[in-house]
Write a protein that binds this ligand. Structure first.
Ligand code: GLA
Length: 768
């Protein structure tokens, strides 16, 4: 919704409003962002009043005792008395001082940003025209409204009208002024196998910058972050969230001065950025997005989740059920042949999986990670009959077939590299460095874009392939950034390839991956509707990753796999059930050697999980996510998926303790007066967990470290407790249903909750 008069523009969504104000010196300011306001009648009461200058302030002009420093500017430049970091830094031959004023504003039909992913189905767009008269530069600030998801987008265009070239060294997509509410800054940090770790810091006076320089949005920091007001938590209180629709180097900046004025900026990283515009040339930033909720972090999550599902991912995938995948990577690595793959397919199908994904190693001489990357011809020695033989076999078993590719990369031991050594990212004087034995192809070049497009398209046309995992396994180095836009150009080159591919193959499910989450962002999600979150399939680590991801991204885009009980990454041992209880919180898959679980009780465990997931897929992929606290604050964690008349709750214990507190099943978001039934998802209990205690009941002595115990454990079916009952929504929300006594050094039977380290349970709740 848009309401405007001569000076004010009020942009409103279902529950929020942003109030822009063109003041007496024609500066665009933002006077309010928060809960929806009814009309422009409230505008005056929300507008800043500072009729006097203080101390060392700079008076903008003679007529007005106003200082830019106190003005809640919606964009800013250097040199006229605003001393926060500016959102734009410009220069030309004549000057470094650019002083824009508003020329006018208008409503336009929502536009596609040229060459950059643009969230679709926007409701309204308003553009505010700014002009620097003396230096002949125009700036258009665009605000885009997504009403149903309470999200507002913002992007900027700079147009040079001057004969003299204009150099831009910084241009942010969004600048939002706020007043400090004793904010905590919630952002994420990480690396390979530890992405999206939540970090909370008090907002400090000074400037906090979160940035990526790796060439992608990166696992080091995700572009998404939130400002959480004092007293706010997951369930209530003021929370402001931000993100950027872009997949390369970004910069989030949050600055606070001594008056507790806060300035938020989101955009392309200004480190090593420089764009020169000749007369009539234009530069456009990617879109930044923001949301506000008075309902805490869960409210913020709900709005951003809705936004991603309805406006970011390609629309044909919104609410399209995602298949349960089997992926062979952790089971085989490069060591497989057709027989092995067929045998895995057979078991995967028997267990009920819906998509078989053949990971790395199917092409050229790719039998380890130092060969073959870039030569996308099937290795017929390993896989006689090629991809179509595999696709047909998968089909025979009732599964879809998918493959892995890493199209942006090349090993030097390839025909591709020998034929086109100049296609890799490199610079004149230094030998390019490798990462994972490979180079990055230079997607700023048209001929490389064409090659990448063709290699993927040709592969997809060669067999019945309905899924493609697009990987990207090293950061960018050795670039020649003399023009100042290498990363921006690379990213646009990539987007142009993806745009063509999803147009030609609208029904192929593309999964984004960059060694896990090294490029997990709204830009990639604009093309690929789901993403492999991390190469870490260890339960505890994965829970940390998903917890961080769910703050800003919906479960439908997060793909997670149950892997072998001993984690490849941390060598930590956890049960299949705990692994499932975490992997199911999004798009479920499996990636262990299924032949190893045949012939004992484990197949039943996996089959039951898959059936359970299918039964509740709607909740797992599209449910409203509710969390209660972060793992850094507690070693108990719960994640709830709420549907219309039902919910799933997963509870986790990280480290088991003696004398545990009485367990409760608390469920949020149900109707107070309605009655609900709940039931535990029954899990299996491994006998070998009891160690020497088995001798308390065994007729013969069993050595707890001997050979017999694991053997009995493999075949003996023992089950968890099964809590069930009926309760009102109000009682579920306050104290919740009382759960069975937890194991604490006393005898086991099916009325005791055996949890221990990394123990977990899942509950299903349904309205009666
Ligand atoms: C990356 C991916 C893994 C797997 C391997 C294959 O590490 O994240 O899932 O596909 O590459 O080489």
């Amino acid at each position: 919704m848009l309401d405007k008069n001569e000076h004010y523009i009020l942009l409103s969504t279902k529950k929020t409003s942003l109030l822009l104000f063109v003041n007496e010196i024609k500066k665009l300011t933002c006077q309010y962002y928060g809960k929806k306001i009814a009309s422009l009648e409230e505008a005056d009461a929300l507008t800043r009043k500072r009729p006097y200058l203080e101390g060392t302030e700079i008076q903008y002009n003679e007529e007005n005792p106003l200082s830019l420093n106190h003005m809640k500017l919606a964009y800013s430049t250097l040199g006229k008395g605003d001393y926060f970091a500016p959102s734009m830094i410009l220069e030309n031959e004549d000057s470094t001082l650019f002083d824009f004023v508003v020329e006018g504003f208008e409503e336009i039909a929502p536009q596609k940003i040229d060459g950059l992913p643009t969230p679709h189905d926007a409701d309204q767009e308003v553009v505010i025209h700014l002009k620097e008269e003396a230096l002949q530069v125009l700036v258009d600030l665009h605000y885009v409204i997504f009403e149903d998801s309470d999200t507002i987008g913002s992007y900027v265009e700079v147009i040079n009208k001057n004969e003299k070239a204009l150099t831009i060294t910084k241009v942010m997509s969004l600048q939002l002024p706020l007043i400090n509410e004793d904010f905590q800054l919630w952002s994420t940090y990480g690396n390979w196998i530890s992405e999206l770790q939540i970090q909370k810091t008090p907002l400090l006076r000074g400037r906090q910058v979160i940035e990526s320089l790796v060439g992608y949005s990166s696992a080091r920091h995700n572009p998404a972050f939130a400002l959480v007001a004092s007293g706010a938590n997951f369930h209530y209180g003021n929370v402001y969230g931000f993100n950027l629709v872009y997949s390369s180097n970004f910069e989030d900046s949050i600055e606070m001065d001594s008056f507790e004025n806060v300035r938020v900026q989101v955009g392309i990283s200004s480190t090593a950025f420089r764009k020169v515009l000749q007369k009539e040339e234009k530069f456009t930033t990617p879109m930044a997005v923001m949301t506000y909720s008075s309902e805490g972090l869960n409210g913020l999550g709900e709005q951003f989740h809705f936004f991603v599902n309805s406006h970011v991912i390609p629309s044909q995938w919104n609410h399209m059920a995602r298949p349960i995948a089997y992926n062979n990577w952790e089971a085989t690595n490069f060591k497989f042949n057709k027989r092995k793959i067929f045998s895995l397919m057979k078991v995967a199908a028997k267990f009920g999986m819906e998509l078989f994904v053949l990971d790395d190693g199917w092409f050229s001489t790719r039998n380890d990670d130092s060969h073959g990357l870039g030569d996308w011809e099937v290795n017929e020695k390993k896989l006689p009959g090629g991809l179509s033989a595999l696709a047909q076999r998968a089909k025979k078993y009732g599964m879809k077939f998918g493959i892995w590719m890493e199209p942006e990369m090349v090993n030097d031991d390839t025909k591709l590299y020998r034929d086109h050594p100049d296609w890799i990212i490199h610079e004149k004087f230094h030998k390019p460095s490798k990462g994972r034995h490979q180079y990055v192809l230079d997607l700023t070049k048209k001929e490389v874009q064409e090659f990448v497009y063709e290699s993927v398209a040709k592969t997809l046309r060669s067999a019945e392939i309905s899924y493609l995992k697009w990987d990207c396994n090293r950061c960018i180095s050795d670039y020649d950034n003399r023009n100042g836009t290498f990363f921006y150009d690379y990213c646009r080159g990539l987007y142009s390839v993806l745009e063509r591919l999803i147009k030609e193959f609208p029904n192929v499910l593309f999964e984004n991956c960059a060694s896990g989450g090294n490029r997990f962002d709204l830009g990639m999600l604009s093309y690929f509707p789901q993403s492999w979150m991390s190469d870490d399939t260890d339960s505890y680590q994965r829970l940390l990753i998903q917890e961080g991801g769910l703050l800003f991204y919906p479960p439908s885009v997060m793909s997670n796999h149950v892997a072998a009980k001993t984690s490849n990454q941390l060598l930590r041992y956890t049960s299949y059930d705990t692994k499932f209880n975490i992997a199911a919180l999004g798009v479920l898959g499996y990636e262990l050697d299924l032949n190893d679980v045949i012939g004992r009780k484990d197949p039943n465990v996996l089959i039951k999980q898959i059936d359970y997931y299918k039964e509740h897929r709607e909740l797992f992929q599209w449910g409203k996510v509710i969390q209660d606290r972060t793992i850094i604050d507690s070693d108990h964690k719960m994640i709830e998926f709420l549907g219309e008349n039902e919910a799933i709750v997963s509870q986790f214990i990280l480290i088991g303790k003696p004398n545990p507190k009485e367990g409760h099943l608390i469920v949020y978001g149900l109707e107070d007066d309605a009655q609900y039934e709940f039931k535990t998802r029954k899990e299996s209990i491994a006998l070998k967990r009891f160690g020497n205690l088995v001798n308390m009941v065994s007729p013969i002595h069993i050595n707890p470290d001997g050979r017999l115990l694991p053997i009995i454990s493999k075949y003996l079916e023992m089950y968890s407790e099964e809590d069930s009952g009926t309760l009102s929504g109000a009682a579920f929300r306050t104290v919740g249903a009382t759960l069975a006594q937890e194991w604490s050094g006393v005898g086991y039977d099916e009325r005791v909750r055996m949890l221990g380290d990394f123990g977990s349970r899942m509950y299903y709740i349904r309205k009666k």
